[in-house]
Design a protein around this ligand. Structure first.
Ligand SMILES: Cc1cc2nc3c(=O)[nH]c(=O)nc-3n(C[C@H](O)[C@H](O)[C@H](O)COP(=O)(O)OP(=O)(O)OC[C@H]3O[C@@H](n4cnc5c(N)ncnc54)[C@H](O)[C@@H]3O)c2cc1C
Ligand code: SF4
Ligand code: SF4
Length: 373
């Protein structure tokens, strides 16, 4: 890493933060705190900042792991065989959880929650980093270690969650190494699954590429499809919300497919076109080119699937192994048949994922080009 000496968080400040490209994944802070450097922190505004610049070692790792920097991109693409436009994939399904409690609260088919339950029950992981809702529109990352905790975190809330920062804090609270081992052993958290947006997964993959902690604890990743992040508070300010008289306090469920679908207390579903949502997306999201979560083991989303089902893109042999076993043990079920997927439906699902991935890449290119001019 010698060539990175002299690179520091200051480079992120000029190349990422000052250009409004920071997606607040928390990766830089996570690395810094997990390794006991403690030069960085997440500020009250949700963006990373120096807490103590004097402590900065100028090793450049925070810069390299940032999902918005390009230095490790080729290596990552090569390692994951990430072909245009949706990365590597081996299979695709429309599926749902077999658990009625999960189906009631899940965003789509509850596949994420029940795959994680399977991983916990079969002791393949000790915990899962998921996002817990706080209040009407808030969220916060937690490490769920039981089915009950997982069910409490099902459902999607569309504002950013600092998963990686949480991971760093978990790990950093117990450095140096012996303390880390003692503490994580005490908590029995050695093997983690991570649910995250593409930017969150990409940061962890970059850490893994460089063999740095705490990324080694993440042994399985479930990546959410992601067109953009936004807040319902911002939507409330838009003309659309006023015209359609949408009271944010009446929203009981939020889902995003080829439209944003808001389910109101009355049971009415309001469909918000994506061009409205694009207007409230964070600037960083407009410059982000990964829709299908190219570096996850399994990617999931709602697009293409019927109501109550999750679209599941299996990316590698680990993803296939986990999915097949969860299917066999009846944690999840495929839509059309229990073992093989319907060919026409597979093609349809792949085509729609590609359509959104290409749309997002074109948007990112336009935004990044506008920054160069
Ligand atoms: C910001 C965001 C944007 C999305 N955009 C799209 C899209 O454009 N098209 C599409 O098809 N699908 C999108 N999804 C994915 C979709 O909404 C569902 O999360 C996915 O289909 C899984 O559904 P499920 O019922 O299987 O998951 P569930 O069983 O309901 O579990 C959802 C899991 O996601 C976690 N989670 C919730 N919010 C966040 C967050 N902000 N960050 C990280 N993890 C979180 C929860 O903790 C839970 O573990 C998006 C999700 C998010 C969070
Ligand atoms: S690593 Fe994440 S939080 Fe840090 S600067 Fe990059 S995008 Fe922002
Ligand atoms: S679009 Fe999604 S993956 Fe990309 S920066 Fe925004 S939240 Fe992250």
């Amino acid at each position: 890493m010698e060539e990175n000496i002299g690179i520091s968080f200051n480079n992120l400040l000029t190349e990422v933060l000052s250009k409004d490209l920071c997606n607040r994944c928390g990766g830089c802070v996570s690395f810094c705190s997990a390794n006991g450097i403690n030069a960085l922190e997440m500020g009250e505004d949700g963006y990373p900042r120096y807490s103590d610049e004097e402590k900065c070692l100028e090793g450049g790792i925070c810069y390299l792991i940032c999902p918005q920097t390009k230095k490790l991109e080729d290596e990552l693409k090569q390692k994951f065989d990430a072909k245009f436009p949706i990365g590597n994939w081996v299979d695709v399904f429309s599926a749902r959880s077999t658990n009625e409690d999960v189906k009631k609260v899940a965003t789509d088919g509850g596949v994420v929650t029940y795959l994680l339950s399977y991983l916990l029950d079969s002791k393949k992981i000790d915990g899962a980093i998921v996002s817990k809702r706080i209040g009407a529109c808030g969220k916060g990352p937690i490490i769920a270690t039981s089915k009950e905790e997982l069910i409490g975190t099902a459902g999607s809330y569309f504002s950013e969650a600092l998963h990686l920062d949480k991971l760093g804090t978990e790990y950093a609270s117990c450095f140096p190494v012996i303390k880390v081992i003692q503490e994580s052993a005490k908590k029995n958290i050695k093997k983690l699954a991570l649910v995250g947006t593409p930017c969150q997964i990409k940061a962890i993959r970059k850490m893994q590429l460089m063999n740095i902690v705490p990324a080694d604890m993440v042994i399985f990743t479930i990546g959410l499809f992601c067109l953009q992040c936004f807040t319902l508070e911002d939507l409330a300010k838009k003309e659309f919300a006023k015209i359609h008289n949408i009271n944010m306090d009446d929203i009981v469920k939020v889902n995003i497919k080829d439209k944003l679908i808001l389910t109101m207390k009355s049971g009415i579903c309001v469909q918000v076109p994506l061009d409205i949502i694009e207007k409230i997306a964070r600037p960083a999201c407009i410059a982000c080119d990964d829709f299908a979560n190219d570096y996850a083991d399994i990617s999931v989303g709602g697009i293409g699937s019927d109501e109550g089902f999750t679209t599941v893109l299996i990316r590698n042999s680990l993803g296939r192994e986990v999915y097949s076993d969860a299917l066999y043990k009846k944690y999840i079920e495929n839509k059309n048949c229990k073992c093989m997927n319907d060919k026409d439906e597979s093609n349809y699902l792949i085509d729609i994922i590609k359509e959104f991935a290409i749309r997002k890449k074109a948007r990112a290119e336009k935004r990044l080009n506008s920054l160069i001019k």
